[in-house]
Design a protein around this ligand. Structure first.
Ligand SMILES: *Cc1c(COP(=O)(O)O)cnc(C)c1O
Length: 241
């Protein structure tokens, strides 16, 4: 299958899952995760109608952003970000999906401000499954564990003070190889957490729920995802990661 074909398959699946759950497919953003894939593959996906691309390495993002000049193309940074590599993300990202600590938000805010780049929309990454390899704020028992809740809320309140960062929602990842009911439960609990946060922080526009990858984006849409991050399903297998 060509990239045009795989993009069409993924779009059809998105439309079907949206219909199944009584939602409009227009409310769902497909982020094509192009990490480790060449610029030519990104161009092919762009020709097939993709406008949102996801990367998880700062310098790979920089290289690709500088090589490509396509109207309306938006870069999403979907991985853990080290402080000293924040510059390319501040410079090029339209959205950062993985705020996992205050300091990275503070750094990005300062860099956006310094270069007059406007506000950067961000999502807070939450670890709902408790899997140790997963990043993000530990929220396995957010509804009963006051310590987990306090840590997340403390950072939200500090991030709210940053001039060039705007919180827009949450991002999560399902545990590896989990059964469909378990995946569904992780996504459902993430949506419930965002509803609770919206009641606590009504001044924030909690519009985005980034969840679902190649193996589970259809379940994620049924559970309320507004952004799905699909890599292999569009570009084929990667050699690592
Ligand atoms: C790699 C990656 C994806 C895409 O994964 P696929 O299984 O290739 O769809 C999505 N989100 C994040 C955070 C990733 O690192």
């Amino acid at each position: 299958m060509t990239i045009e074909d795989t993009v069409a398959v993924v779009w059809n699946n998105i439309v079907r899952s949206a219909e199944k759950s009584g939602r409009s497919a227009d409310a769902i953003t497909l982020v094509a995760v192009s990490k480790q894939k060449p610029v030519a593959a990104i161009e092919a996906a762009y020709r097939a109608g993709i406008r949102h691309f996801g990367e998880n390495r700062a310098y790979e993002l920089q290289e690709k952003a500088e090589a490509l000049d396509l109207p309306d193309l938006k870069w999403h940074f979907v991985g853990h970000l080290q402080k000293r590599q924040s510059r390319p993300v501040a410079d090029h990202a339209a959205m950062f999906h993985a705020v996992d600590r205050y300091k990275i938000a503070k750094r990005l805010s300062a860099q956006r401000q310094m270069n007059d780049l406007g506000t950067l929309p961000v999502l807070l990454e939450v670890n709902i499954s408790g899997e140790e390899t997963k990043g993000g704020y530990l929220c396995t028992e957010w509804d009963t564990n006051s310590e987990q809740k306090e840590q997340l809320c403390k950072d939200i309140e500090r991030i709210l003070e940053l001039p060039a960062i705007e919180i827009r929602g949450l991002m999560t990842m399902a545990p590896w190889g989990a059964s469909e009911p378990d995946v569904r439960s992780v996504f459902g609990r993430t949506r419930a957490l965002m509803q609770w946060l919206a009641s606590q922080y009504p001044q924030i526009n909690w519009s985005e729920l980034s969840m679902g990858m190649t193996d589970d984006y259809q379940i994620a849409i049924e559970e309320g995802a507004t952004q799905v991050r699909v890599g292999r399903g569009i570009f084929g297998d990667r050699f690592y990661g």
